[in-house]
Design a protein around this ligand. Structure first.
Ligand SMILES: N[C@@H](CCC(=O)N[C@@H](CS)C(=O)NCC(=O)O)C(=O)O
Length: 307
């Protein structure tokens, strides 16, 4: 069936095009002690960008395969019956019993961006090779275990407060039972609460954990990068108050938001996984006009939880 979604621009552009072409070839799992990875992605998709950022951050070997998830092709559905990107195919190899060096290959797959990101951080944990862990690890001590739980709490805040509010505002039309102001207030509240948590901990450094970049930053970065679409399409835009327009009690949180946002848009892995801005404007028109048939779009329209 042809929908506004099946005809979208077919491949990444800009920096993301260079990154995709640098990762066009399959990884030979025989040559690694770690699994061989294939990321099925869509250049436009913020959930995909999360996984792509983690692969880039940790310099993990992988193959990038661009697909249109709205077409639900058979090979893709075989890997992920839910038919959503990101989907990560994972090839592991094991020694063949009693043979002279032969290896067996096994392919499995994972969906769900947050699950994929945690899997990558745990599987590629050697800090000497893959850099700092993106979630505090048990080996860092008892404080780190608590910090990891706090990270998950705020990853949950992003998933349940910020991301749904982003789509409610972007898909707002005159026919909705809620007003654009209500949608805007909801998104601003989610962002402000996130920033207020960073103020509360009082850490130096731009990231959620202060000096250390983490999965919390990764989880929100793709929607932070896409806020400009709301400014482009919706009257009044996101409405983050500018300096001098802020209520006194909110000044600290918005200043902290500015600091986090400035750092996130300059992060190499975020820039490297980003296509040309005009292409996002084009591809998100169907959200702004509320004609998308995507699962996210339909769930938002029906007031249900996101897929
Ligand atoms: N909860 C999923 C959501 C993934 C998702 O909705 N991806 C969209 C693209 S942005 C998709 O594959 N849509 C296909 C469809 O709606 O049919 C995740 O975090 O990975």
């Amino acid at each position: 069936m042809s929908t506004p979604d099946t005809t979208i621009h077919p491949h990444p552009t800009g920096a993301a095009a260079s990154l995709a072409s640098a990762h066009a070839n399959p990884v030979d799992p025989q040559s690694y002690s770690t699994p061989g990875l294939r990321l099925y992605g869509g250049w436009f998709c913020p959930f995909v960008q999360r996984s792509w950022i983690v692969l880039a951050e940790k310099q993990i070997p992988y193959q990038y395969v661009e697909i249109n998830p709205y077409r639900k092709e058979a090979e893709f559905l075989r890997l992920n019956p839910r038919g959503l990107v990101p989907t990560l195919a994972v090839v592991t190899t094991t020694e063949q019993d009693g043979s002279g060096g032969g290896r067996n290959e096994k392919e499995q797959s994972l969906g769900e961006s947050a699950v994929i990101c945690e899997y990558l951080d745990e599987q590629f944990a050697d800090e000497g090779v893959y850099g700092p862990r993106l979630l505090p690890a048990e080996s860092e001590g008892v404080e780190a275990v608590f910090e990891r739980a706090r990270c998950r709490l705020w990853i949950n805040h992003i998933a349940t407060r910020i991301v749904p509010a982003f789509y409610r505002l972007l898909q707002h039309t005159e026919e909705k039972v809620y007003t654009i102001e209500e949608a805007r207030r909801e998104l601003l509240k989610g962002l402000r609460e996130f920033a207020a948590e960073m103020v509360r901990t009082g850490r130096k450094g731009p990231w959620f954990l202060g000096g250390r970049f983490s999965l919390v930053d990764v989880m929100l970065a793709p929607w932070a990068k896409r806020l400009f679409l709301i400014d482009h399409y919706k009257p009044g835009g996101v409405g983050i108050p500018g300096k001098g327009e802020r209520k006194e009690e909110e000044e600290g949180a918005w200043a902290r938001w500015d600091e986090w946002f400035a750092a996130v848009v300059e992060r190499e892995s975020v820039k490297a996984t980003w296509s040309e801005e005009e292409k996002y404007i084009e591809v998100y028109k169907r959200y702004a006009e509320d004609t998308t048939q995507s699962e996210v779009g339909q769930a938002t329209r029906k007031g249900r939880g996101l897929p």
